[in-house]
Write a new protein. Structure first.
Length: 129
């Protein structure tokens, strides 16, 4: 677990941050009058999450199964996470709702961040199959 946490604490903290801000009451979220700005925010925060998750999963040595098909696994997990948060917004908050377009923006960000991570970290500690 030590190796996993050593490389994955940024992704764990960022995922927790996303959960907290997405479950905050809507009245606490600043209103920005730029069209589709909220989608840019969704893409951006999940892009960061994809990037740090890819890095952590490829560098840790605790769970070697994370080294095979890492890109696909990160994208699947983060897309599911983004969808789950949207469902939680629709069920646990009084003034926020499920938004399929937000879930799509989350997925786009996760895909982009994961592939940027793959490009940046060209020499992983394993051979991706």
């Amino acid at each position: 677990m030590k190796s996993y946490l050593k490389y994955n604490w940024p992704s764990i903290l960022w995922a927790a941050f996303i959960l907290v801000i997405c479950l905050m009451p809507g009245s606490n979220v600043p209103k920005i009058r730029i069209p589709h700005f909220d989608k840019v925010v969704h893409v951006s925060i999940y892009m960061i999450l994809g990037f740090v998750t890819y890095y952590g999963w490829t560098r840790q040595r605790q769970y070697i199964l994370l080294h095979a098909k890492t890109v696909m696994k990160v994208i699947l997990v983060l897309t599911t996470y983004g969808l789950l948060i949207e469902v939680l917004q629709g069920t646990l908050t009084a003034d926020r709702s499920f938004d399929l377009w937000d879930a799509l923006a989350n997925s786009v960000g996760a895909v982009a961040g994961t592939y940027v991570g793959k490009l940046v970290f060209k020499e992983p500690y394993y051979k991706e199959s």
